[in-house]
Design a protein around this ligand. Structure first.
Ligand code: RET
Length: 240
């Protein structure tokens, strides 16, 4: 799998692009808490570097499976959906609900990839059920919270992140089906598609939040957001 080294190195550098804007939001004058956003591209960059050295991969059913990918997804995809629900203004319960549904989806998927059929398909179905629960949470309570949000900027960003995630997440079970599942596509082909999807899921996500940060200015030290756009941008902000 030497050919994969370059691909995963490209994936690593792709993820690294998302780190500076995420770090810029740590303890920034932003009314929402984005202190852990850097973990999304950061964890992925680390796991892609690990995969570039082909560490932690196994052969299951004669198919090359990089397990660090599932470790990456288990940590970062609950963060992605959790932050989306948070930006939308969803309740803590709804935020936790979508994050847990997402985590279970990844865990069941990781079990499915190491098992042989037919058991593998039982776990694929369990994972898909969690995916459906996740979509129901996102397009139910989370979407309603976004629509009800009194801040136009939160409403806009919440819906943007929601649809971005809702759409991108649909690609993964399909790719998995034709990859490790049915093995109609080679592991190398699948690796290219997933690397592209992963970078597309994470880096623009961070950038969307970064781009909207001026809409969440902290007023008088309170963690309240305001639609004020009159705040003078810092030199770094203006340069960016
Ligand atoms: C699996 C296989 C079993 C069925 C389902 C899956 C869904 C996975 C998803 C992954 C999303 C990953 C992202 C990574 C970003 O870097 C586990 C493939 C439903 C939705 C967005």
């Amino acid at each position: 799998m030497e050919s994969m080294t370059i691909l995963y190195a490209v994936g690593t550098f792709g993820m690294l692009i998302g780190i500076p804007p995420a770090l810029r939001l740590v303890d920034d004058e932003v009314g929402l808490d984005f202190d852990y956003l850097y973990l999304i591209p950061g964890t992925a960059a680390l796991m892609y570097a690990v995969m570039a050295f082909d560490i932690g991969s196994i052969t299951a059913q004669g198919y090359h499976v990089p397990l660090p990918r599932y470790a990456d997804w288990a940590l970062t995809t609950p963060l992605l959906v959790g932050y989306t629900a948070y930006v939308a203004g969803a309740t803590r319960k709804a935020i936790a609900g979508v994050a847990v549904a997402d985590l279970l989806m990844i865990v069941f998927g990781a079990v499915a990839v190491v098992l042989a059929p037919p058991t593998q398909w039982v776990f694929y179905a369990l994972s898909s059920l969690c995916h459906l629960a996740l979509l129901a949470g996102l397009y139910g309570p989370v979407r309603n919270a976004a629509l009800d949000n009194e801040e136009p900027s939160r409403r806009r960003l919440g819906r943007l992140l929601l649809n971005y995630i809702g759409l991108l997440w649909l690609a993964y079970p399909l790719v998995w089906l034709f990859g490790p599942g049915l093995q109609w596509v080679s592991a190398e082909g699948i690796a290219v598609i997933i690397t592209y999807l992963d970078v597309t899921a994470k880096v623009p996500f961070v950038y969307f939040i970064y781009r909207a940060r001026k809409n969440f200015v902290r007023v008088g030290g309170h963690k309240e957001e305001t639609a004020s756009r009159s705040e003078t941008p810092s030199a770094a902000g203006a340069a960016a």
